[in-house]
Design a protein around this ligand. Structure first.
Ligand code: AQP
Length: 344
């Protein structure tokens, strides 16, 4: 059976981009057709300036939202990255396989490092090495497929490269994974700045629809989306990025095709109204289920506890094999363990 792994980082409130680009496909497709693991990758949230209490709160909220979006612990494994030591254990080995140049070429690193510098902050070393930890997240589970939005495709490519390099140098240890993207909305753009991705840790509040936005708030954000100077509704990502973004959002929410939908609209106003309603409707059941789950925090905790146990058992054999393959001496365990020959 295909093994699928993907994760979500508790760096902010989850957005429409996270939902359409990743979470929805995990719930409607991936958990049914594969052996799937979905992870709150909290260690990744420490790569930028963070408030510890907020990371804890957002981690709980992200876990609750994953379940609210339809992930079913009977069908898949939902857990928190820091609860499974194997991720960090493997990450160090992969740092010994990755190169400094590879890390500095990562687009997210360049963008986020520039943003930290603009804010007057310093860039954490972990921001540079985070794609290696992400590779460890993926490779520890023998993952075949990684369903992600387009922004994460480069990091999955790196995981592939590291798997291949490790296998060539030290013997076959890792499955070589590949990224999969959703057919539409693989890159939902900021409604106020349609040339930038809608990101949960961005500063432009009105351009970001959060999964937990009240319907009126979400509606207003879509109605105020920046469009373009033209008047006719055409689907052209290059020339009309604002309108193209609205068409893609509408298509993703209503099941249509952005190009075909463009022909059905005579004005931007009508398109915005329909896109706004479609967004509100697609998020409504998630918000409602989230409210119910918040009333039972013990349930979410139990899911995460069981998930971590299952994940540990799945990751350990591969990570142990990587430790042996790369040349590290296995730890002797208990009475009767072999005595090491000091001469070798
Ligand atoms: N705008 C987006 N459109 C489509 N997919 C998106 N994803 C994120 N933003 C969009 C996908 O959501 C999954 C989880 O993302 P993540 O938490 O790992 O972090 P990210 O990719 O860095 O997303 P953000 O929201 O932009 O976080 P910050 O602001 O902290 O960097 C991934 O599959 C991602 O592709």
């Amino acid at each position: 059976m295909t093994r699928v792994f993907s994760g979500i980082k508790p760096t902010g409130h989850l957005t429409l981009g996270n939902y359409l680009g990743a979470m929805r496909q995990w719930a409607t497709l991936d958990q049914h057709r594969s052996e799937a693991l979905f992870c709150i990758v909290d260690l990744h949230a420490l790569t930028v300036d963070h408030d510890p209490a907020r990371v804890r709160r957002l981690s709980r909220q992200a876990a609750t939202l994953l379940l609210a979006s339809g992930l079913d612990p009977a069908l898949c494994t939902v857990f928190v990255q820091s609860h499974v030591d194997e991720h960090a254990r493997l990450s160090y080995l992969l740092e010994c396989v990755a190169t400094d140049g590879e890390m500095r070429r990562m687009i997210q690193y360049k963008e986020k490092a520039a943003r930290e510098r603009r804010r007057g902050g310093s860039v954490r070393l972990s921001l540079l090495t985070y794609p290696v930890l992400m590779a460890a997240d993926i490779l520890a589970y023998g993952t075949d497929e990684v369903p992600v939005g387009q922004d994460q495709t480069q990091h999955v490519e790196l995981a592939r490269d590291l798997a291949v390099r490790f296998n060539q140098r030290y013997g076959h240890t890792f499955v070589v994974p590949r990224a999969t993207n959703p057919p539409v909305a693989a890159r939902v753009m900021n409604l106020q700045d349609p040339l930038s991705k809608m990101g949960k840790s961005d500063d432009t509040g009105p351009g970001i629809v959060y999964v937990l936005d009240e319907p009126d708030v979400a509606r207003k954000k879509v109605m105020r989306a920046v469009t373009d100077s033209g008047r006719d509704v055409v689907y052209d990502r290059e020339a009309r990025p604002g309108v193209a973004n609205l068409l893609e959002i509408l298509a993703a929410c209503s099941g249509g095709d952005p190009e075909a939908l463009a022909g059905a609209y005579a004005s931007y106003g009508d398109l915005k109204r329909d896109a706004a309603e479609a967004v509100v409707e697609v998020l409504r059941p998630v918000r409602e289920r989230h409210r119910e789950l918040c009333a039972d925090p013990g349930h979410v905790e139990g899911v995460l506890r069981d998930g971590a146990e299952r994940a540990r058992a799945m990751a350990r054999p591969t990570v142990d094999a990587a430790y042996r393959a790369i040349g590290l001496l296995p730890a002797a365990s208990g009475a009767g363990a072999p005595v090491l020959n000091a001469a070798r």
